[in-house]
Each structure stands twice: as structure tokens, then as C-alpha cells.
Design a protein around this ligand. Structure first.
Ligand code: GLC
Length: 420
């Protein structure tokens, strides 16, 4: 199956990094605060991530159980992290003075991980990108009047040329995340979509340059996978009546770029449950980090990755290569499955027993995954009457697991069921 690596991986790292990391208050700071190019220039003039070490990012990703890493090559502010021949608004013209993408690609490959690029379709710096509903100068009538003659086709030529640079300058690229389309009139400013980006032509070029690449769904034309953002789908995603590849992209705290004063951190346990929940619904989780202006992951991000990594060290086979099961999991639980291995993930710890519909006679053996300790099972006669400690009221075909009172001390306890 094309893209088998993607469904085998299930878990990746998203990296949002650029000039906004210096502002350190969300990657949309330029738009949110209606900053002009001059207002934003100090971040360019002071961009010098002297502690940038993508090998450490890649090591942290791998230790967290992630199998691919996706870097923002250019975000909406238009700043390029590589030595593009199309512009001077790039890392090689900052005090740092070097390409950031090349070392990133080499470091990720060195760890045996897959390489992905994020590339913004929007560009709030390019002189031909017409002002629209998201542009920082959308309320500046004077600016808009002075820039009414911007030629979108020239910007689109620029976009295509830069994507070609990225897909010819760094060897095989496994994954591409374009961001984002907002076609149709958006209030009094107007949006942008497939026609503006010349998406069909762009995608054809991408496939010609990188035939094995997987491309997301934000070109306003069909892609290879859907990208639910900052929410967990309620069920496996479908399109045209068929299941589709999907990947939930999630933040540690609501912001993609480094956001210094944001303490709205998700707990590592919640993030592990989100990972399990995605796989149980045939999806991937792309978990974001926002390095600082020095190029490091902040201590909270490192700590969270380490806790997730500890769980993955013990439980990765219930994630990698797994997908949804046809069986319905008990309340507050999820199933992930790979062939004859079924994994019961317990999001809430029950009192003594958990009852598994339809599994009587179908399980050869059961054990906790974190320590391979046996989990006793029983099939309670569904016709027996309740009598003091004698259980009753179970549906025919139910398999009951006998659980210890004390919950194992892992983010999510998992019972591995060996199906007959
Ligand atoms: C949204 C955010 C953008 C971020 C992207 C990641 O589009 O606005 O800043 O890069 O999500 O999925």
C-alpha cells in the first residue's frame, strides 16, 4: 500500500519555528497585532538561533516514539528557513546566516525517521500577495489602496518556484503539509483557494518531483490525507463512504509557535490518550513543538516528550502498525489492533473487572503490556443469578478480565490480548 510508512508510524513531531519564535507569543502574532513589515523587522535582524541542534530534536522525537518529523520551511509571515534563490527574506540573510533545512533533513534521516515539510500557501511579506481577510494590513485602508494592484499570479509563480526548490534540494521528502486554503469571499476582504494557488498544477509538480510523497488536504483539492486540527475526531474519518487516511495535528498548549507566557499545557497523560484515540480510529497524531529563538525545545516540552516516551518505550507495539478494531471497546476504553493482537487501553481504571463484548472463546492469553504479567480471564455464565459476590447480568459471549485493584503506574494501562 502506498504510504504504508505513514500508517505504520502513527505518531510524528510537528515543528513550528521561525521569526515568530522571537516574538514568543503565537505564530500568528503579525496578523493578530496587525504588525507592519517594519514592526516585524527586529525579529529578522535578531534571528540567531545559536543553540540550534536538529540532531537533538530528532533524538527527542525518536525517544518519544515518533517516526517522522515535519518542519515549517516557511510560515504565513513569509520567512524562509532555507537559502531560497527567490527572496532575501531568509535565514541566510539573518545574523544566523545559514540554511536551517539541510541540517534538519540530515539529522532526521540519521535517526531513521521520515522527513516532512510544512509550507505556508499564505505569505504576509511577499509584495505581490494581495491583502485579504488574514493579512496583517487588512484594516489599513491606506496600505490597501497603495497595494491594490498586487498581482497574485506573480506570487503564485514564487510559491511554485519555492516548492520546487524544497523538493529538489534535499533528496527524498516523505511528507508535505500545505497550509491553508480559505476560498470564497470572507467578509469584505476575499479568501484564497485552488485557483489562487494553481493547486492542480502545483500538486502535479509535487508528484512529478517526489512520486512517493504524501500530501495533505489543504490545497482546496483532494490530497492523500485529512488533517483535523486541534480536535479529536469522534470516529474514523470517511469520505465518499470509504475510510480515509487522516492525521490529527495537535499542540502542547494551543499555540504552534513558541508562546513563552502560555501555561495552558496539556498533561502528558492526556496526550497519550489522544495518541491512542487517534490510532483506535485509524488515524495518526502529529504533535507539535515550538522551539525557542535560541533553537531549543523549552523544558516543559522536553519533559512532556520524555513522559510520552516512557509510555511508548513499554507500549509502542500497541501503536505502531496498529489501527481500529471492528470490536466495540468497553466504556472509557479504546481498542487498537494489529492482526491477531488486540490492545485494550484503559482510560479509566475500573473496580476489579472489565467486560469485553463478544470476546468469549476468542482470546488465547491476556497480559499487561507494561510488564507482561498475566491478566486472568473468565467467562461468566450469562444466565447465572446474582448472589452476593457472584456476578450476573453479562451478555452472552462476554469475556471478563480480572484486574488488580491498584492501577498500574503508567499513563494508560494496556492489556494485550492474543486472539485465537
Ligand atoms: C493552523 C494555524 C497555523 C498552523 C497550522 C498547523 O492553520 O493557523 O498557524 O501552522 O494550523 O496545522
Amino acid at each position: 500500500m502506498q504510504h504504508a510508512w505513514f500508517t505504520e508510524s502513527r505518531f510524528g513531531m510537528f515543528v513550528h519555528w521561525g521569526l515568530y519564535s522571537l516574538a514568543a507569543r503565537h505564530e500568528w502574532v503579525k496578523s493578530r497585532e496587525h504588525l507592519t513589515d517594519d514592526d516585524y523587522q527586529p525579529y529578522f535582524d535578531h534571528f540567531d538561533p545559536d543553540l540550534y541542534d536538529p540532531r537533538e530534536w530528532a533524538r527527542l522525537a525518536k525517544a518519544a516514539g515518533m517516526r517522522y518529523v515535519v518542519l515549517t520551511t516557511k510560515h504565513h509571515d513569509g520567512f524562509c528557513l532555507w537559502d531560497s534563490a527567490q527572496t532575501d527574506y531568509k535565514s541566510t540573510r539573518t545574523p544566523y546566516g545559514k540554511d536551517l533545512v539541510g541540517p534538519f533533513v540530515a539529522a532526521v534521516r540519521e535517526q531513521g525517521l521520515r522527513v516532512g515539510f510544512y509550507h505556508s500557501l499564505l505569505d504576509w511579506h511577499h509584495p505581490e500577495f494581495p491583502v485579504d481577510c488574514h493579512h496583517p494590513q487588512r484594516d489599513d485602508e491606506e496600505f490597501k489602496a497603495a497595494n491594490a494592484g498586487r498581482d497574485m499570479s506573480k506570487y503564485t509563480d514564487y510559491l511554485h518556484a519555492q516548492v520546487r526548490e524544497l523538493l529538489t534540494g534535499y533528496g527524498p521528502i516523505d511528507y508535505l503539509f500545505f497550509d491553508f486554503s480559505y476560498a470564497g469571499r470572507q467578509g469584505r476582504w476575499g479568501g484564497k483557494g485552488a485557483a489562487d494557488w494553481r493547486s492542480t498544477e502545483l500538486l502535479a509538480m509535487v508528484r512529478e518531483l517526489q512520486p512517493e510523497i504524501i500530501v495533505n488536504d489543504r490545497l482546496d483539492i483532494a490530497g492523500d490525507f485529512l488533517t483535523p486540527e486541534q480536535y479529536q475526531p469522534a470516529a474514523p474519518l470517511r469520505s465518499g463512504g470509504a475510510g480515509v487516511l487522516w492525521e490529527a495535528c495537535q499542540t502542547l498548549n494551543g499555540s504552534w509557535g513558541y508562546d513563552r507566557d502560555n501555561f495552558n499545557d496539556k498533561s502528558p497523560d492526556l496526550l497519550v490518550r489522544m495518541l491512542v484515540d487517534s490510532v483506535a480510529k485509524n488515524g495518526n497524531l502529529l504533535l507539535n513543538v515550538g522551539p525557542t529563538g535560541r533553537g531549543l525545545l523549552d523544558p516543559r516540552a522536553r519533559e512532556t516528550l520524555a513522559v510520552i516516551g516512557e509510555w511508548m518505550r513499554l507500549h509502542s507495539r500497541s501503536i505502531h502498525g496498529c489501527g481500529a478494531s471492528d470490536l466495540v471497546a468497553p466504556p472509557d476504553c479504546r481498542y487498537t489492533q494489529r492482526g491477531d493482537r488486540l490492545y485494550l487501553h484503559l482510560f479509566a481504571w475500573p473496580m476489579g473487572h472489565v467486560h469485553l463484548d463478544g470476546l468469549a472463546g476468542r482470546v488465547a492469553y491476556a497480559q499487561f503490556l507494561h510488564d507482561a504479567s498475566e491478566v486472568p480471564t473468565q467467562v461468566v455464565d450469562h444466565e447465572q443469578a446474582a448472589d452476593t459476590t457472584t456476578m450476573a447480568g453479562l451478555a452472552p459471549g462476554t469475556l471478563t478480565l480480572d484486574l488488580p485493584i491498584r492501577r498500574p503506574e503508567v499513563s494508560v494501562p494496556v492489556v494485550e490480548l492474543f486472539l485465537v
